[in-house]
Design a protein. Structure first.
Lengths: 501, 541
């Protein structure tokens, strides 16, 4: 039965591979080097201290070894110079449900599934992420579940999931928001039962083993021989939650593979990304996490209305990932007055660590979301942290991504100007020391800009899937009109937000 | 099914999920039928004794903290090591003394010129002359009585949960509370004098799940504080299940025509729904019996095995000698030694855990009441007949539009009926057709315990509860009976009479200060105390 499930998850990968090789050729045109590269830029925004004018980033074996001004680098390194551009650490998408065959499963508790079997490496989504400067993505199952599958952190580069992997098994998705067919009462019941069942199962397994050992002892006594020594020794149960005593009697490989990931959650080994759609769900999520001892491994993935539970979240010091709709609009039940709340500002004021998500379909990538925050009065540092350093921290990758510092992954995005400006473009992207994106050779982008069919692409246009070429047009808002100034930019953002709501 | 009465009770309820709050479990759960109030008074007595012991300490600690300007957690000092669910979350250990010209302890028990001392959300002293402690607030009122309870409400329940037709028996309304966006509704209800309610989701389904008893304090938007009892009852509904899908009807010419869903409930539906209710209770009883039997069998087996083990240990030396001899002999014969076969009784199998059936078992055992919303007289009759043999079952009927025809039975078995004295239009033909405003009065006159509720359909009708009660009074219900229905009667039916429902020592300070007798049209509510805090003051009205 399990194989069948995995089969549905992975079914598209191979087929799409063949069809889309030609399409992704433009972005992956550069052959993979050995990950040694030196980047010189007019300005280096490290997010790990002050920006450096005319700085240099040295990347060796895919890792940054030095960042600074006038620093030495190996004589044989490939040097890229962008004197008029800004080098910036790649954006970190703290949570996404895209790039997969299917975001949600039908089964309630699907902790034994892994999104690695569902990720589609040639999905247009990854190509587009690269184009917007996102270099790290935490792919998780969607919120229509009770317990979802195991997530993966990937980079948007590579033809197989193995190549793309940054951090395997990054955490399990869970949902306090009712999935379709359930209400909050039955969803909470399902959550409670998941862990009650686990506990009952473990207690049952231990009891069975004990009975077996006791029986063997009595048998030996009866037969007049010494009892056999107990050979298989497992580990006792860890974590801060409830404990099943004598679990060391059971070697871990004997535990049902459907239950083992849940045990990992209770033992605090696995991070949990907990979806909440109302402030009441936040209470459910916190209670579930507390009861089962994984509160310190919990990240809440909130819908915009959940800002009302900000105090509760602060009280338990839980990091959150906000939905792509940043402004919450509601009507006062008594006066009928419409009230708007800019959600990130609420969490910033309360001192809750938060990361932003991009709006998958409308082309509002992380830079846009951060710019929106600045437009609503947050500082640049606060806004940028939510899409880089804090996002890395929340996904457990703060030692690898989010800023340009020695020891971190060599992920660099070259912007034509201020990364938060609507006038800037992502010109180059380097991921783990490999130059993987160049705007000047981006076929789709050229098509968009010139409006004409790019050279030597007629064969692709005939055989390829034309609808795919429609999608980048949503990126229009990133293309500056002549004479547009900064003030107009902010108006523009708010206008978009209104439309969305 | 005759064995049910002889069945020994489990002293400890099933440990998973459905446990009552700890303070309830201190006392043996042995209530057999709703008329038996032993347990309630036992609980009350113990609590009062404890409070008396603690009283001086509490006041002292709260006064010290007042004086120092510190916010000492009041619960911590009063009941060390005991976390009470539904305890007021107020950090401010406020002390109030209310001087009442008339104190209605409970309907029928009235004291003149009496004072009530409230501290830490509880009533700590009642007496003619209570000195005003330092820092305490003094309030005066003509009449003081317990605040109202809505035993059939939808306030604070998430709309999705209210409309959920797939509630399981073990699904809790308490899990489906949304206490974030209902402040204004809570405030409205408080202003009408209603401070707590039994809320119930899933009325459209046949099984509505476990209801919760909540306190309507807008400052307590955490279920931990707001919910007094997470499983106050298990509810089922007859005649309301909608979305029954398409059916086929035979036409005159022999053809079949499809009738799209939502056809009105007919008498056969009700018969099968009542049967489902009865067989659920039966399944719960059987489940509990299997549990108890397993417990006994297991104990027997364990004792037998322990004995056997001792025997085996005693005989071990001999057995070893025998075996050595046999091994030696086998070796001499060039054969392989064969171990002798050991036999013992198999361990009894534990019945498979089922949370839904565990909830039904609690109902069958009378640990929580079963609330059935049922209206038609034939259905009520069937229900009464079907449940007669469950001696421990505590049945409560909600709605009961035609309950009058079974009034004698209901009165004899002491089954309460929660009446919704609503001004519903009679044009729409539904389950409520047949209910008149005089239903409550007539049932009460026939000796049926009557409760008054606001229907559990919309969140905002709870506010109208006192008005509905006055309607019932206007149509024949005795005023005292109406007041009892709104206070201690509702509290008793849902096992919270040790916390709310009357103005008594040790109870939660949920009370009203009025300028006249309650349920009089011109009486104004001056203060509403909810969990020891004045939630409504004259400025609010």
């Amino acid at each position: 039965m399990k194989n069948q499930k995995l089969g549905t998850l992975a079914r598209t990968a191979v087929a799409t591979c063949l069809a889309a090789t030609a399409l992704t050729a433009a972005t992956n045109a550069m052959p993979f080097s050995d990950g040694n590269i030196v980047i010189k830029a007019g300005q280096v925004i490290t997010l790990d201290g002050e920006p450096i004018e005319n700085g240099t980033i040295v990347i060796e074996n895919g890792r940054i070894t030095a960042v600074g001004k006038d620093i030495k680098y190996p004589w044989n390194a490939e040097v890229k110079e962008y004197p008029n551009s800004v080098a910036f650490p790649g954006f970190v998408e703290a949570l996404t449900n895209s790039g997969m065959d299917r975001a949600n499963e039908n089964i309630d508790v699907a902790a034994f599934l892994n999104v690695k079997d569902s990720i589609d490496p040639v999905s247009f989504y990854f190509e587009d992420s690269l184009r917007s400067g996102v270099t790290t993505l935490n792919v998780q199952q969607g919120g229509s579940c009770v317990v979802g599958g195991m997530g993966y952190i990937v980079k948007p580069v590579g033809m197989t999931v193995e190549e793309m992997t940054v951090q395997p098994n990054s955490g399990i998705a869970m949902s306090a928001a009712p999935k379709s067919g359930k209400s909050r009462a039955t969803q909470t019941l399902a959550l409670r039962q998941t862990f009650d069942d686990l506990r009952r199962y473990l207690e049952g397994v231990v009891q069975e083993k004990r009975d077996g050992v006791d029986l063997a002892t009595r048998e030996a006594l009866y037969q007049g021989r010494e009892a056999d020594e107990e050979t298989s020794k497992g580990r006792p149960m860890g974590g801060n939650g409830w404990k099943v005593s004598n679990l060391e009697m059971i070697p871990r490989w004997e535990i049902d593979e459907k239950k083992a990931p849940l045990l990992g959650i209770v033992e605090g080994k696995t991070a949990v990304f907990f979806y909440c759609s109302t402030p009441g769900d936040v209470q459910t999520a916190i209670r579930t996490a507390k009861d089962n001892g994984f509160l310190n491994r919990t990240v809440l993935c909130l819908s915009s209305g959940c800002w009302k539970a900000a105090d509760l979240i602060k009280q338990h010091n839980i990091p959150v990932i906000l939905s792509s709709v940043l402004t919450h609009v509601e009507r006062d039940p008594v006066t009928g007055e419409e009230k708007e709340t800019f959600v990130p500002a609420v969490f910033q004021d309360k001192g809750v660590r938060f990361a932003l998500r991009s709006a998958g379909t409308s082309g509002k990538s992380l830079w846009y979301q951060a710019a929106l925050c600045v437009g609503h009065g947050m500082t640049r540092e606060q806004a940028l942290a939510a899409v880089t350093t804090t996002a890395a921290e929340i996904t457990g990758l703060s030692n690898r991504v989010g800023s340009l510092a020695p020891g971190k992954d060599g992920n660099v995005v070259i912007f034509s100007g201020d990364p938060l400006s609507v006038m800037s473009n992502v010109e180059q992207v380097v991921v783990e020391g490999n130059h993987v994106y160049d705007r000047s050779t981006d076929v789709r982008m050229r098509h968009l800009e010139t409006g004409a069919q790019p050279e030597n692409t007629s064969a692709e246009m005939e055989t390829g899937t034309p609808h795919k070429h429609d999608e980048p047009e949503e990126k229009d808002d990133k293309e500056p009109d002549e004479g547009e100034n900064e003030e107009e930019k902010d108006d523009d953002h708010e206008g978009h937000e209104d439309e969305e709501n | 099914m005759t064995g049910s009465a002889d069945l020994p009770l489990l002293s400890d309820p099933p440990s998973y999920g459905t446990g009552r709050p700890p303070f309830q479990c201190e006392f043996p759960i042995a209530i057999a039928n709703p008329a038996d109030t032993n347990r309630l008074s036992l609980t009350g007595v113990t609590r009062v004794r404890r409070i008396k012991r603690m009283r001086s300490k509490v006041i002292w600690s709260s006064l010290v903290s007042l004086a120092c300007g510190l916010s000492v957690s009041p619960m911590g000092s009063a009941f060390p090591g005991l976390e009470l669910p539904g305890a007021p979350a107020s950090e401010d250990p406020a002390v109030y003394v209310i001087r009442a010209e008339k104190l209605i302890e409970r309907p029928g028990v009235v004291h003149e010129n009496t004072s009530v001392l409230i501290s830490d959300g509880r009533i700590l002293e009642i007496g003619p002359d209570i000195a005003l402690p330092d820092g305490a607030t003094e309030l005066k009122g003509a009449v003081v009585c317990a605040s109202f309870i809505d035993p059939w409400s939808a306030l604070g329940v998430d709309n999705g949960v209210l409309a959920d037709t797939k509630m399981a028996e073990s699904a809790r309304t308490a899990d489906g509370l949304n206490l974030f966006d209902v402040d204004h509704l809570f405030q409205e209800a408080l202003r009408a004098g209603v401070t707590s309610a039994r809320v119930q989701g899933g009325w459209q389904g046949k099984v509505c799940g476990l209801g919760a008893f909540v306190r309507l304090d807008p400052t307590l938007n955490d279920p931990k504080h707001a919910v007094l009892l997470p499983d106050a009852d298990l509810a089922m509904s007859v005649g309301h299940s909608v979305n029954r899908g398409a059916t086929f009807q035979r036409m005159g010419d022999g053809t079949f025509q499809m009738i799209s869903g939502d056809r009105p409930t007919d008498v056969f539906d009700r018969v099968s729904e009542i049967e489902a209710v009865v067989s659920s209770v039966e399944a719960g009883e059987a489940y509990r019996r299997a549990e108890v039997e397993y417990k006994f069998k297991l104990k027997e087996w364990q004792e037998a095995i322990a004995e056997k083990q001792e025997e085996l240990e005693d005989d071990f030396k001999k057995a070893k000698k025998d075996r050595d001899k046999k091994v030696k002999k086998a070796k001499e014969d060039g054969k392989e030694h064969k171990e002798s076969k050991y036999k013992e009784d198999k361990k009894p199998r534990e019945p498979k855990f089922n949370e839904d059936k565990a909830a039904l078992a609690r109902v069958a055992e009378g640990e929580i009441p079963l609330v059935v919303e049922v209206h038609r007289s034939s259905a009520i009759r069937n229900l009464l007949a079907g449940t007669e043999r469950f001696s421990r079952l505590r049945l409560v009927i909600a709605g009961g539009s035609e309950a009058l025809s079974c009034a004698e039975d209901l009165a004899e078995r002491g089954i309460p009926v929660i009446v919704w004295p609503s001004l519903r239009g009679t044009t729409k033909k539904d389950e409520f057709t047949g209910a008149t405003l005089s239903l409550a009065g007539e049932l009460a006159a026939a000796g049926v315990p009557v409760l008054l509720g606001s229907g559990g359909r919309d969140a905002d009708t709870t506010r109208d509860l006192p008005l509905l009660a006055q309607l019932a009074v206007g149509h024949g219900l005795e005023k005292e009976q109406a007041l009892e229905a709104l206070t201690i009667g509702a509290a008793r039916a849902f096992d919270v009479a040790d916390r709310v429902g009357s103005v008594e020592l040790g109870k939660d300070a949920d009370l009203l200060i009025l300028d006249g007798m309650p349920l009089e049209p011109f009486t104004k509510i001056q203060y509403v105390f909810c969990g020891g805090r004045p939630a409504v003051t004259p400025e609010d009205n």
